[in-house]
Write a new protein. Structure first.
Length: 326
């Protein structure tokens, strides 16, 4: 009889050992899933992801502890976004987060009308058709307007203040970006007001970026405005190096460009904006359904500069610093 009890105990223990991993697996599978869709790349958004995760944590959700995040990256190739968005909506996601401007937000919006969407966009989401209004977004989408693409005229004004003698200025934009036409119009209108000549150049590939800089050199361009565009953000190092190599003072949208050696930037604190997206996402997850949360705008913008080095230093001093007094 004792042997029988012993065999029964061993059988029970063995059965429990087999069932426990299945229970743990089931518990892990039950963890809510957030879909994260980005026009950009993981390499150039490491700091932004940290801000997003901090916002989630502020709302009570920590990745790998009580929420899972499924990432999909377009790497600056906007035509990949519809398939990536559709892939996310086929997963058991409770909310889709779209970052990297209008292309990701519009792809998410086209992929689902039922799953809540939290977006970060650079232009007016009402004009883009993402929401009905700021106060009452309606539908299944809400988010933050970074207003990055709406600041091109302001960036031109700042560059003109810094370099009033520069009359021939290049504007590099991506024609495949949804806001490109509006960006170009704003810069051209501001240039006419300031009496400046704008040479509009476009690029949507690495080779076209290189060709654009060769054209700038040939046209003896005095300075550069880089349009706010997620594709360019994925090529930040390439752009900053080319501007420095060709001694082209340039203004960009995010302070990361200035930190990488670019002359100056004017725009939002992107890390804090992504933290707000994380907070919005946590709110949507907690509600468990489409929200009517207000769309918002950033409260302030940052002007950042960096001290030029190497070949661009002399030109910076010549154009941007006052002559020494005697």
């Amino acid at each position: 009889m004792p042997d029988l009890r012993r065999r029964q105990f061993i059988t029970l223990l063995g059965g429990a050992a087999a069932v426990w991993p299945l229970a743990a697996w089931a518990q892990q599978r039950a963890m809510p899933v957030v879909g994260y869709l980005s026009s950009r790349s993981p390499e150039d958004t490491t700091h932004l992801l940290a801000g997003f995760r901090q916002g989630l944590a502020d709302g009570g959700f920590v990745e790998h502890q009580n929420v899972t995040i499924e990432y999909r990256w377009a790497l600056g190739q906007y035509d990949h976004l519809p398939a990536l968005a559709a892939e996310l909506t086929r997963l058991p996601v409770i909310v889709v987060v779209s970052t990297g401007g209008e292309p990701a937000a519009l792809a998410a919006k086209a992929a689902t009308s039922t799953i809540p969407i939290v977006f970060g966009t650079g232009t007016d989401p009402v004009k883009a058709g993402l929401v009905a209004s700021y106060n009452r977004p309606g539908g299944n989408a809400t988010g933050i307007n970074f207003q990055t693409a709406d600041m091109e005229a302001k960036r031109l004004g700042l560059l003109h203040e810094l370099m009033p003698q520069a009359k021939n200025i290049a504007f590099l934009y991506n024609p495949k970006f949804a806001a490109a036409e509006g960006q170009l119009h704003d810069v051209q209108e501001a240039a006419r007001t300031l009496g400046l000549q704008i040479n509009a150049l476009h690029a949507s590939t690495d080779d076209e970026i290189n060709a654009a800089f060769r054209t700038m050199v040939q046209q003896q361009t005095a300075a550069l405005i880089l349009a706010a565009d997620p594709f360019f953000d994925t090529r930040r190092s390439q752009l900053v190096v080319l501007a420095a190599y060709n001694s082209l003072p340039a203004i960009y949208q995010f302070r990361e460009y200035a930190a990488a050696g670019g002359l100056m930037s004017y725009g939002i604190d992107a890390v804090d904006a992504y933290r707000q997206i994380g907070i919005y996402t946590a709110f949507s997850k907690a509600r468990g359904r489409s929200t009517c949360q207000l769309c918002s705008r950033p409260s302030s913008n940052l002007l950042s500069t960096s001290k030029p080095r190497g070949r661009s230093a002399s030109k910076f001093r010549r154009h941007c610093l006052p002559a020494p007094t005697r």
